[in-house]
Design a protein around this ligand. Structure first.
Ligand code: GDP
Ligand code: MN
Length: 399
């Protein structure tokens, strides 16, 4: 689970990480009020969304007076901000964070991640802050400092000092950095985080160390014992299709195409998506209904895929191993009886009892387009999608 920057800053501040003074705003008036509360002469208005890259996308604005502040707030609130990390639809901005502007002398990078390979918390730091970690590792790999922490020992001050010295900090900043790094580690460990990232961690013109940005993610499987963290969840930042799927126990990832997919097995799902692209289409989703594929699950999957208005054609691709094609076919028929099928449907069945499965679909009253192989199924669904689109366009032109 991800949280907002302002929430991460509040948490990390509680663990001794220095953060700028700030306040949350839901309206331009409130933003101006926050600025007065904070004091000073320059402020930064920051769009709160669950994605980075806001700076480049106009989601972080420096303001010199109240008028500029209200204008910035007006421009951001209620809009969808598109950054390199949000995907083309962007994320809705419904909260702003107003902060006292910081005069920056140096931008550093500090990140803590769960390294699954070594089963340890890994601290990554770099003197080349202000750009994304992927860019740092590509352009300045030599600047990366990595320290992995033995869980039995925990992070010791010497670990933090090693990182602080590696960042080339001056004596006056070493103690501040050590406290901030130890604070991040304790927050990570005590709250079941999977990621803490401060990018940039800055040295101000006055020589103080400040976390200018903050990002935290948490282990979903530990949320049951972190009620105060669970409360920070903001569903408006999640893909509603994925939230719905997770609530129904289906493994679903929303994509930007028009061809809805229902597939059993993650590997087959990946292969099917590749084949759809190869045939000239774009998948609307990744959906693995798992090995069971009972009529109930198939019906749920149909509902979920069809609830996406972008879906204009559908492909069901099932390989029955432990399962049986005749059972799956009956599941599909039951699903078709329950849902309103508004798009063409291509079904490819393979595996156990495949002849019986196909016969059931052929004899059904529903216009199911059958396919034998994976390539054929992908081609047929792309053709069906193109025809459906042409038909819809012709109807629109006639109306
Ligand atoms: P992100 O783009 O979503 O990662 O948002 P950040 O909070 O990291 O802000 C983007 C960039 O804006 C930072 O890397 C800074 O260079 C700049 N920035 C943000 N706040 C301030 C500030 O108070 N003063 C100055 N000088 N720059 C800031
Ligand atoms: Mn940042």
């Amino acid at each position: 689970m991800d949280i907002h920057e302002y929430q991460a800053k509040e948490i990390l501040g509680g663990f001794g990480v220095p953060v700028p003074r700030g306040g949350l705003a839901y309206s331009p008036e409130q933003a101006a009020y926050r600025a007065r509360e904070i004091g000073g002469e320059r402020w930064v208005v920051k769009a709160q969304i669950h994605a980075g890259g806001r700076g480049k996308a106009g989601g972080v604005r420096l303001c010199r007076d109240e008028e500029a502040l209200e204008a910035a707030a007006e421009a951001l609130l209620g809009k969808r901000l598109v950054t390199p990390q949000t995907g083309p639809r962007g994320k809705l901005v419904n909260r702003l964070y107003v902060e006292a502007a910081t005069e920056v002398a140096r931008e550093l990078y500090l990140g803590l991640v769960l390294d699954r390979l070594s089963e340890r918390i890994m601290v990554v730091a770099s003197a080349a802050g202000g750009m994304e970690i992927e860019e740092i590792s590509a352009r300045h790999p030599e600047s990366l400092i990595r320290v992995s922490i033995d869980p039995a020992l925990g992070m010791q001050p010497f670990h933090a000092r090693e990182i602080a010295f590696g960042l080339g900090l001056e004596a006056a900043q070493i103690a501040q950095a050590v406290e901030a790094i130890l604070g991040c580690y304790r927050a990570f460990r005590d709250l079941d985080a999977t990621m803490v990232e401060i990018n940039p961690l800055v040295v101000t013109a006055a020589g103080k160390l400040v976390a200018l940005d903050a990002k935290m993610s948490f282990d979903d499987n530990a949320l049951f014992r972190r009620p105060r963290i669970s409360e920070l969840r903001d569903k408006s930042q999640e893909d509603p299709r994925e939230t719905k799927a997770a609530d129904r126990g289906l493994s679903y990832v929303g994509l930007d195409g028009n061809i809805g997919c229902i597939i059993n097995g993650a590997g087959l799902a990946m292969a099917t998506m590749d084949m759809i692209k190869h045939a000239g289409g774009e998948p609307a989703n990744f959906l693995d209904i798992g090995g069971g594929a009972t009529p109930e699950r198939v019906a749920k999957a149909f509902n979920l895929v069809l609830s996406d208005p972008r879906v204009e054609a559908m492909l069901v691709n099932i390989f029955a191993g432990i399962n049986r094609c005749d059972w799956v076919a009956r599941g599909i028929l039951q699903a078709l009886q329950r849902v309103e099928m508004r798009v063409p449907l291509v079904v490819r069945l393979a595996g156990t009892h495949v002849a019986e499965g196909r016969r059931i679909l052929e004899e059904s009253p529903f216009p199911v387009i059958a396919a034998d192989g994976l390539a054929e199924a992908a081609e047929k669904v792309v053709v069906a999608w193109r025809q459906a689109r042409q038909f819809a366009e012709a109807q629109e032109a006639a109306a």
